[in-house]
Design a protein around this ligand. Structure first.
Ligand code: ADP
Ligand code: MG
Length: 369
């Protein structure tokens, strides 16, 4: 018997594995995606994102494990019977067909009546605000317009699941940001279940209900963007999602201070799963740190540092600092925070609240901290 909780899952994979020769591209992955959820597979190149997506789509066959779509076993179902839409980085539009014909094509294949095809093509063109290009050929369109047409061609047959593999990878930054909003809006309007692949952490943070962070064919950690960003469990998400200031040191048993070459760093109150003694790493996000003037504050005096440079980025300022032992630190403050901004070369102090640090286990892949 299935309970209510279970029936909310649109996709479930269990123990999914893909091996090429002796190389394991995807290693025993479990993942459930809720109906209407926007899930992003994020990770460096080669971490298994496309492999997982292609297994869900049926374009790659599993070595082991199962795939369930909308409550049915889909492990051996052909791609065209999985009820999916797919969008890739290369738009794959048919060059000799007009925009209308390109979008109408998946409906013709499904033998939708002519009059309904007319209505639905114009509906989706309106949705992506490209009604005026209906009679053009793909080569008469910009890259951004072509990508929107390939989106339209995907949503026109109303799939309940859309899979996207780095769909914006070929676009420049400004256009990419516009398209991120467009895809988010379409997702909200259509109520479709979305699995989106990217290696761009900012894109993942901006778009997703949930980020699934992949590393070497496995899921390293998953969660809401905010949770993954501010509460990583390991160094991999700490490092991959935005810049952090990381410091390694020794943690004596029972101590609430990390002994580092730059001095003792205060630690947040202990939490479960945290290293208790031995070598450990403290992560602090740049926006949790502040520059303070000497001697002002009580308690921990902060770290002495030399200001190398400050850059103003609209509403915030990024300070680049060197600690006494040469370690680089980035501090990010709101533009209004320091009324008199210290000059380049100034001696300053860097402070943060102990609770804004995160104590993590060491990792052989992150030696130089
Ligand atoms: P990502 O999309 O995260 O960049 P992929 O899922 O494409 O990574 O690939 C994961 C790993 O599997 C890579 O090391 C890649 O070289 C390997 N791989 C993918 N497809 C094949 C294949 N058809 N044959 C051999 N190795 C493959
Ligand atoms: Mg890929």
């Amino acid at each position: 018997m299935t309970n209510i909780e279970e029936s909310q899952d649109m996709i479930r994979v269990n123990g999914l594995t893909r091996i090429y020769g002796t190389f394991t591209a995807l290693d025993n992955v479990d993942l459930a995606v809720r109906r209407g959820e926007f899930v992003t597979l994020l990770g460096p190149s080669g971490s298994g994102k496309s492999t997982l997506l292609n297994l869900i789509s049926g374009m790659v066959q599993a070595t082991a494990g199962t795939i369930e779509i909308d409550g049915h076993d889909a492990t051996n179902l052909p791609t065209n019977r999985r009820g999916l839409g797919m969008v890739f980085q290369n738009y794959a539009l048919m060059p000799h067909m007009t925009v209308f014909e390109n979008i109408a094509f998946p409906l013709q294949v499904r033998r939708v009546p002519r009059a309904e095809i007319e209505t639905r093509v114009h509906e989706v063109l309106k949705l992506i605000q490209l009604e005026h290009v209906v009679q053009r050929k793909p080569k008469q369109l910009s890259g951004g317009q072509q990508q929107r047409i390939s989106l339209a061609r995907c949503i026109v047959y109303r799939p309940s699941i859309i899979l996207m593999d780095e769909p914006l990878g070929a676009l420049d930054k400004k256009l990419r940001e516009d398209m991120q909003l467009e895809i988010k809006r379409l997702h909200a309007e259509l109520g479709v279940t979305m699995i989106y692949v990217t290696h761009d952490q900012e894109e993942a943070l901006a778009m997703s209900d949930r980020i699934v962070l992949m590393r070497k064919g496995r899921i390293e950690q998953q969660g809401a963007p905010e949770a993954l960003y501010s509460r990583p469990d390991t160094l991999f998400p700490a490092d991959f999602l935005g810049s952090s200031t990381l410091s390694a040191g020794g943690l004596p048993a029972g101590s609430r201070q990390l002994d580092t070459p730059h001095g003792g760093l205060p630690l947040p109150a202990a939490r479960e799963g945290e290293p208790e003694a031995g070598e450990a790493v403290l992560m602090v996000r740049p926006e949790s740190m502040r520059l303070v003037s000497e001697g002002k504050e009580g308690g921990w005096p902060g770290l002495e540092a030399t200001l190398r440079d400050s850059i103003v980025l609209g509403s915030y300022v990024r300070h680049f600092l060197d600690l006494a032992d040469g370690k680089r630190v980035i501090v990010q403050e709101p533009s209004g925070a320091t009324r008199r901004r210290p000059e380049r070369g100034a001696q300053v102090r860097v402070r943060w609240a102990a609770e804004d640090g995160r104590l993590l286990p060491t990792d052989p892949d992150f030696k130089e901290l």
